[in-house]
Design a binder for this molecule. Structure first.
Ligand code: R5P
Length: 341
């Protein structure tokens, strides 16, 4: 919690990506949200006006680059430029979800490295530093020529699993890239480790994989950095069920939920508890919201291969509200968490 002097010096502004998140951050810090208009010109160009004096202030601009990613990224850049030109002493881009991160290397000829391009854009716009959470690959920190504070969400997710009081656990990595994280969970929860040899067949399609490790009759916890089209996570859930898991819990840090995500998630067996429906309320067009989930009917969508099995969802944003104050703070730089699959 900032003291009086700090409160006087920092200013927090937001774009349109996640107003509620900005509201919660300001409430937690007991700092008023900075006054700023982020609108559009008639031709669609972004129009920003900071409506207070920020000369010499320590400015934080909160804007995840969630869908529509290009709009939110451009808003972030324009906000940074406005703050820089208004003579802020320091501008920090707070980007809880860093989009464009999955194109982080040339995996074939004639493709860009957008994770680096976006890092360049943010620094060129005038950011002095970046604060982000669970980058798709930790090495993306090195794509920035400015300091990056990289926070990790795993303590929040881990606490939640502990609170559920489960035993006979297997932590399942949905692809080889998450093994390190899954291994951490397995150690902390005294569980086994398993991994799926995920194979992508397209940007949003994933082939059924094989499981390496023991999951038969066990409660399986799947941990991933993000759910985008939900191809990976639902395929991991189905694979876990086919390999005989008793219960399946799926967790992620970034519920991006685009494309066929809700259709796929709603097609999974009915959960015993489900916390999906309020997620992304601000960012997702209404028609993409999942159907209500309280009813006691059978499974929705395709029939579950093993009816007694259950699937639970949780993501860190929901958990964050219940997490001990500062649970995800101060984790920066402690150890690498994610690596690219
Ligand atoms: C892959 O490397 C990531 O960790 C996620 O598993 C993946 O990006 C999620 O994408 P989708 O939900 O579209 O399968």
């Amino acid at each position: 919690m900032p003291d009086g002097k700090l409160k006087n010096e920092i200013r927090i502004f937001r774009g349109n990506a996640h107003p509620k998140q900005a509201e919660q951050v300001c409430k937690y810090l007991d700092v008023p949200l900075g006054e700023c208009d982020v609108d559009r010109f008639p031709d669609g160009e972004i129009k920003v006006r900071i409506k207070e004096d920020i000369r010499g202030r320590d400015v934080f601009i909160l804007q995840p680059t969630s869908p529509p990613v290009n709009d939110h990224l451009m808003e972030l850049l324009v906000l940074i430029d406005a703050a820089r030109r208004a003579s802020a002493s320091r501008v920090t881009a707070v980007i809880p979800y860093y989009g464009y991160a999955r194109q982080d290397r040339k995996h074939e000829g004639r493709v860009p490295i957008t994770a680096k391009l976006v890092a360049n854009l943010i620094a060129t716009a005038g950011a002095d530093r970046v604060l982000c959470m669970d980058l798709h690959a930790t090495q993306i920190q090195g794509f920035f020529d400015i300091p990056v504070d990289h926070l990790y969400a795993w303590p929040v997710l881990l606490d939640h699993v502990k609170e559920m009081g489960l035993d006979n656990l297997t932590i399942l990595s949905p692809d080889p890239g998450r093994i390190k994280l899954a291994n951490r969970f397995a150690q902390k929860l005294d569980g086994n480790l398993a991994v799926i040899d995920k194979r992508r067949t397209g940007d949003s399609e994933v082939e059924k994989g094989h499981v390496v490790g023991d999951i038969k009759g066990r409660t399986v916890v799947i941990v991933d950095d993000m759910i985008s089209t939900a191809g990976s996570i639902t395929q991991a859930v189905h694979t876990a069920m086919e390999f005989g898991a008793k219960d399946v819990i799926a967790m992620c840090t970034h519920p991006v939920f685009c494309g066929r995500a809700f259709e796929r998630l709603n097609g999974l067996p009915r959960p015993r508890t489900r916390r999906l429906r309020h997620h992304r309320a601000e960012e997702t067009p209404r028609k993409h919201h999942p159907r209500p989930v309280e009813r006691d009917g059978g499974a929705r969508g395709s029939d579950p291969p093993h009816p007694p099995q259950r699937v639970h969802f949780q993501d860190v944003r929901r958990l964050g509200a219940r997490a001990p104050a500062g649970a995800a703070h101060g984790m920066e730089g402690r150890e690498p968490r994610w690596s690219r699959n």
